[in-house]
Design a binder for this molecule. Structure first.
Ligand SMILES: Nc1ncnc2c1ncn2[C@@H]1O[C@H](COP(=O)(O)OP(=O)(O)OP(=O)(O)O)[C@@H](O)[C@H]1O
Ligand SMILES: CC(C)(CO)[C@@H](O)C(=O)[O-]
Ligand code: BAL
Length: 279
């Protein structure tokens, strides 16, 4: 049985008892509308911890676009059934007043890795993520936290955060889970029309093309330019960024002398899709 807990006090009681008996607690932070990507994180947590908490909280502080927040898909009953089937011990689903009670006045801000890409196109987004993740780590007291590489920049922000603030938790990045046609799974994919859904894998396809060209020695800017053009030609209305970056510092990379990552965000219909791959 997955127990649903909504208050930080009840959760603390539960986790304290687990930890007193020497158990390692894993947490998977999510915003719900769960799919196989999230469930792969729950499975990794199950395999690498004694007790697993999945959190569901649609965090208003990380949405720079009110319409995106309003339309964010929510279905807790369905999510709970999926978590039961994965053997998750606790679903922690606090309300906004539990996370941000009256008088809440703190903001956690990670400089550097939060700046480009998602940080530039979603101003304030990573302050919202860093703040809520700090709260979720404090509320769950977990020893391990599982994050998807689909949000690569988010993983770098969270790793910097726990190092800088000495938060005693190990961050475990997990691989991106994709549909059979290559599209990275995302809760927002349900907002694509059937026609848009058919075009959506073009983003991943163009990124794979660029990665292969760069690995084969093509000039980086030319390969990126071709990939951006291919995404637009496929029917996307805009490419916000499609960059080659240092995998850790996220600084622009112009060569493959250090581990590099190709990261992109592009708009299809009303949906903004992100993806990233190793080069
Ligand atoms: N396809 C995926 N593969 C692996 N992990 C994923 C995938 N999609 C999301 N995750 C991870 O699940 C966690 C919760 O993400 P979130 O609830 O924002 O889901 P989401 O599907 O990414 O939603 P959206 O794309 O709409 O932001 C994050 O660590 C995220 O990286
Ligand atoms: C980590 C997270 C749950 C914080 O709200 C969110 O950014 C997400 O779902 O990736
Ligand atoms: N990618 C993390 C969740 C969000 O899109 O706000």
């Amino acid at each position: 049985m997955t127990e649903v807990i909504r208050s930080a006090a009840s959760l603390r009681e539960k986790v304290s008892a687990w930890k007193r008996s020497g158990m390692l607690v894993g947490v998977v932070p999510t915003m719900g509308a769960l799919h196989d990507g999230h469930l792969s994180l729950a499975r990794a947590a199950r395999a690498q911890s004694d007790r697993v908490i999945v959190t569901i909280f649609v965090n208003p502080m990380q949405f720079n676009n009110p319409e995106d927040l309003k339309k964010y898909p929510r279905d807790e009953a369905h999510d709970l059934a999926l978590l039961e089937a994965e053997g998750v011990d606790v679903l922690f689903a606090p309300g906004p007043e539990e996370v941000y009670p009256e008088g809440f006045a703190t903001k956690v801000s990670v400089a550097g890795v939060s700046g480009p890409m998602e940080g530039a196109f979603r101003p304030g987004h990573f302050d919202g993520v860093a703040t809520v993740v700090t709260k979720l780590f404090g509320m769950t007291q977990a020893g391990r936290a599982f994050f998807g590489e689909k949000d690569w920049q988010q993983v770098q922000v969270v790793e910097r955060l726990v190092r800088d603030l000495n938060i005693p938790i190990r961050i475990i990045p997990c691989p991106t889970i994709r549909e059979a046609d290559g599209l990275a799974m995302s809760s927002r994919n349900v907002r694509l029309t059937a026609e848009e859904r058919a075009l959506a894998p073009a983003l991943h396809g163009a990124m794979q093309g660029a990665a292969a060209a760069i690995r084969g020695g093509a000039p980086v800017e030319a390969a990126l330019g071709e990939a951006r053009a291919a995404v637009l030609a496929a029917g996307f209305s805009g490419v916000e960024y499609l960059d080659l970056r240092d995998a850790e510092t996220l600084e622009v990379a112009t060569a493959l002398d250090r581990p590099a990552r190709l990261l992109a965000a592009a708009v299809l219909g009303e949906v903004r899709l992100i993806d990233n791959i190793a080069v």
